[in-house]
Ligand binder design. Structure first.
Ligand code: XMP
Length: 465
C-alpha cells in the first residue's frame, strides 16, 4: 500500500528537453545583453560558463582560453598534486590577452620564414635564439632577401615588451607599425607573441583583483594535501565528488574549509536536503555545483537508478539556498548541450553553466586529436569511467577507492576547431535567448523568464545541405 502510494506520488522533475522559455517584451538589443555573473562568492565572470574538471577537457590551454573568453576553467584532479599546482600557477602568470608562441630562429631558411609568416597571417615576426629576442623580420624585406639569394634574413632591432607593458604593446600593434610583437618576462626571456588580429578580436577576460586570469581547481575533500597545495593559488577550489551529500564527505569538509582561503564550491548536490545539511555543517560555502547523473558520459542512472535532471536540481537548490539566505551562486552541471540549454539552466536559477561535452572537441581541450578515415575526433570520457579511474589510482596511490563499478563511459567527439571561434557563436546565441525573454542581464532573466512545458512538434524533417 505504502509502496504504491510512493509511486503515485512520484514528483514531476522537468529537464531541459521538457521545457522552453516563453518570449517576453524585447526592449534590448541582444548585442547589448550583459552576461556577467558570479562563479563563487568572490570570483566574477563576464560570461556564465565554466569548463568541467575532466581529464579530456580542462588543463592549461582550456583554462587560459576560458578565462580569456570571460569564463573560467576548472583544472581536473586526475594528475599528481604538483602538476595541478603548476598548471594553476602558469594560468596566473599568463598575460590576460591571447598570445601565441610564434617566432623564427636566426638560421631559419628564407623560404621557410615567408611560409611561417603567411601561415600566421603576419607581416612582422620576432626572431628568437636561446630564449632571447634578437629582433624582428619584416615580410617585404624577407622577400627581397630571398630574391637576392641570401640564406637568412637579418633581424632588425625592435622593442620587446614585458607583461607590465602590455598596454603599450597593444598600442604599437593598433598603430600598425608592427603586426606581431614579442613579450618577455622580467629577465628578458621570450614568453610569447602578441598578434594584431588577436588584439582586434580581443574579448574581455575574467580576472582577479590583481588583473590576473581567474582559475579554479578540482579537489576531493578527502585529499587535504592537494587542497592545501592549491589553496591561495586557485581562486576557487571545486569539490569533485559524485554525491557530496554524504555524511563522511560532510564531516571531512567541515574540517577542511576551516583551513582554506580560496573560495570553496561544494558539489555535486541535487536536493534541498543537501543544501540544508551543508548549511548547518559547513562554515564556508562559496558556490553550489549542482547536477547528479545528467552528464553526457554519465551512466549513474543506468548503474544506480539515480538521476535528477540538472534543470530541476538547479531550481530546487537555488530556492533552498535563498530560503536559508545563502548568497552562494549555483552552477548547473551535466547534460547542457546547446546554447538554448544554457539559457534554460540560467533561467532556472543558475549563475553559471558547467560544460564538458560541449568543449571536448575543441583545440584547447586536453585530449589529443585523432584521425579516423578522413574525419577528426577528440576522446572524451567520464571521470568515473574505467579508463579515468585506472589513471587516477596510477597517479595518486592515496586516492580513496570509492567506486568499484564504473559510472561513466569513454568515447570520441567530433573535432570542433578553435574554442575562440566556437565560443563566439555560443555567446551570440545565449545573448539572443536573453533578448527573446526581454532580459538585459542575468538578474532580469531570473525575474522575467517564464517556462512552458512543451515538446517540439510539427517540425518537418529536412535534409541539411
Ligand atoms: P556534460 O554533459 O557537459 O557533463 O558532458 C559534464 C559533467 O558530467 C559529470 N561527470 C560524470 N558524471 N560519471 C558521472 O556520473 C562520470 O564518469 C562523470 N564524469 C564527469 C561532471 O559533473 C561533469 O562536469
Amino acid at each position: 500500500m505504502v509502496f504504491i502510494e510512493k509511486l503515485k506520488k512520484a514528483e514531476l522533475a522537468l529537464s531541459v528537453d521538457d521545457v522552453y522559455l516563453a518570449p517576453g517584451l524585447a526592449e534590448v538589443d541582444p548585442q547589448a545583453v550583459d552576461l556577467s555573473t558570479r562563479f563563487s562568492t568572490r570570483v566574477k565572470l563576464l560570461i556564465p560558463l565554466a569548463s568541467s574538471p575532466m581529464d579530456t577537457v580542462t588543463e592549461f590551454e582550456m583554462a587560459v582560453a576560458m578565462a580569456l573568453l570571460g569564463g573560467i576553467g576548472v583544472v581536473h584532479r586526475n594528475m599528481e598534486i604538483e602538476k595541478q599546482v603548476e598548471i594553476v600557477k602558469k594560468v596566473k602568470e599568463h598575460p590576460p590577452i591571447r598570445t601565441r608562441v610564434l617566432y623564427v630562429e636566426p638560421d631559419t631558411p628564407c623560404g621557410r620564414v615567408l611560409e611561417v609568416m603567411r601561415d600566421a597571417g603576419v607581416r612582422s615576426m620576432p626572431v628568437v635564439s636561446g630564449g632571447r629576442v634578437k629582433g624582428y623580420v619584416h615580410y617585404s624585406e624577407v622577400k627581397a632577401v630571398c630574391r637576392s639569394g641570401l640564406e637568412h634574413p637579418e633581424p632588425k632591432p625592435g622593442e620587446v615588451f614585458s607583461i607590465a607593458r602590455l598596454g603599450e604593446a597593444k598600442k604599437l600593434l593598433l598603430e600598425g607599425r608592427l603586426d606581431a610583437v614579442a613579450l618577455a618576462n622580467f629577465d628578458g626571456v621570450y614568453i610569447s607573441t602578441l598578434v594584431y588580429r588577436d588584439v582586434m578580436e580581443e574579448t574581455l577576460p575574467a580576472v582577479d583583483e590583481s588583473g590576473r586570469l581567474v582559475i579554479a581547481a578540482a579537489i576531493s575533500p578527502f585529499d587535504r594535501a592537494r587542497a592545501l597545495a592549491l589553496d591561495r593559488y586557485a581562486d576557487a577550489l571545486v569539490a569533485d565528488v559524485a554525491h557530496f551529500h554524504n555524511a563522511e564527505v560532510l564531516r571531512v569538509s567541515r574540517h577542511l574549509v576551516k583551513e582554506l582561503s580560496s573560495d570553496f564550491i561544494v558539489g555535486n548536490i541535487a536536493s534541498r536536503r543537501a543544501v540544508e545539511d551543508i548549511a548547518s555543517q559547513l562554515d564556508k560555502v562559496d558556490g553550489f555545483r549542482v547536477g547528479l547523473g545528467g552528464g553526457s558520459i554519465c551512466t549513474t542512472p543506468e548503474v544506480a537508478g539515480v538521476y535528477i535532471p540538472t534543470l530541476y536540481a538547479v531550481a530546487e537548490v537555488r530556492d533552498a539556498a535563498e530560503s536559508l539566505n545563502l548568497k552562494a551562486p549555483v552552477i548547473g552541471d551535466g547534460g547542457i548541450r546547446t546554447p538554448g540549454d544554457i539559457v534554460k539552466v540560467l533561467a532556472a536559477g543558475a549563475s553559471v553553466a558547467m560544460v564538458g561535452h560541449m568543449l571536448a572537441g575543441t583545440d584547447e581541450a586536453s585530449a589529443p586529436l585523432i584521425a579516423i578515415g578522413n574525419k577528426l575526433y577528440k576522446p572524451y570520457r567520464g571521470m568515473a569511467s574505467e579508463g579515468a579511474m585506472v589513471k587516477r589510482f596510477a597517479v595518486d596511490r592515496y586516492a580513496r577507492i570509492s567506486k568499484k563499478v564504473a559510472e561513466g563511459v569513454e568515447g570520441l567527439v567530433e573535432y570542433k576547431g578553435s574554442i575562440y571561434t566556437f565560443m563566439s557563436k555560443i555567446i551570440e546565441a545565449v545573448k539572443a535567448g536573453f533578448g527573446y525573454v526581454g532580459a538585459r542581464n542575468i538578474d532580469e532573466l531570473w525575474r522575467k523568464a517564464l517556462f512552458i512545458a512543451a515538446k517540439r512538434g510539427g517540425v518537418g524533417v529536412i535534409t541539411q545541405t
